[in-house]
Design a protein around this ligand. Sequence first.
Ligand code: FAS
Ligand code: PHB
Length: 390
Amino acid sequence: MQTQVVIVGAGPAGMLLSRLLDRADIDHVVLERRTREYVLGRIRAGILEWSAVDVIRSAGVGARMDREGDAHDRLNISWGGKRLLPIELAELSGRRVMAYGQTELQHDLYEAADAAGTTLLFEAADVALHDVTSDSPSVTFRHNGADERIDCQFIAGCDGYHGVSRATIPDGIRQEFERVYPFGWLGILSKTPPLPHLVYSNHERGFALCSTRNPMLSRYYVQCPLDDTTDDWSDDRFWTELFARIPAEVSDRIQTGPSIEKSIAPLRSFVAEPMRHGSLFLAGDAAHIVPPTGAKGLNLAVSDVHLLSLALITHFRDGNSAGLDRYSDQALARVWNAVRFSWSMTTLLHRFPDTTGFDQRIQERELEYLAGSVAARTSFAEQYVGLRFS
Ligand code: FAS
Ligand code: PHB
């Protein structure tokens, strides 16, 4: 096979890039290791920056998001089991965020790819990238029991943290930066009406988050030890612990119900530099991971493929490779902004195993400063809703 771009990975990064290239008539093939059903079964992100909303609309896959998504003008931060601080995102930053589940976006992306007749191969095994620093890169894989090879001009590594693309960049060239957090998030979905606004909670028992998916689907999280499993957490234990970490004025409004999904995600900050090596371009979790505290993971994937698609389009349409040459630096600038913000929110809101009374007082004082300073809340708001594309 021959094509202009091979996209490795059919998660949100790979599939959104596919839509953007398709609309520019750039020939491409998408290779996914798992089945469609497996990818659609993953419950992950829920909050989109408005920049991401704009990119999703520009890719022609925003119709259901606009119908069923829920725009949020504010969020709440609570601490000490009683304080509740509204952060007026729209009033302070001029922008909102959209609550729309990554799973729903994934459905929309696959549906659009089917309608466009995109070459999207599921259960592509043993994907390997070849000659990425030559003028004739290629990708080999096994599919339907046959060995396949695609000759291409560029490869987009959108295969997530556990993919093969990042490792194709030689150790002597690739630099990795990491911080692993000593706790995880236990998340549940319940078919119950969500709270009107997100609530992030700092509590001496640990972090908690109340979020949403749609008017009859709620998403809740509590911080848990890394060695916990979902078997350690009955629904009753989850709801009891969530209620213990948020103010009564909030928990009084929560309708509990049986969990229809329960999972534990470890938290880490991770960045691999550079995000380009020859004809290989990394995008999304293949290049970076952020703790979900700042709701940045999915949004960084969107901003990466927005920048990469513009660069590929100007290359193929105008023969101008300047965008490709600056992609890594441009993407990493936004990545590190989000990594720093996600790290700061995680540090502010979680209880670390070695947290002392001093640390708890510092966290509470920083939260009180946020409560007392419009400038502090404005800085928080503009980072949470996402910096505008430069
Ligand atoms: P993805 O990992 O989503 O997709 C990569 C795709 O590549 C996968 O489908 C994989 O099967 C495929 N692949 C891997 N290796 C391959 C190979 N060798 N060949 C072919 N295909 C291959 N973000 C938030 O903003 N908020 C959250 O609450 C949140 N919760 C999360 C919970 C969990 C458990 C995880 C893991 C992530 C969470 N994230 C969250 C981050 C998440 O949403 C990611 O940022 C987002 O999925 C990134 O999308 P991709 O870069 O496409 O990577
Ligand atoms: C979610 O709804 O899954 C969600 C919301 C905000 C976050 C993380 C996850 O910061």
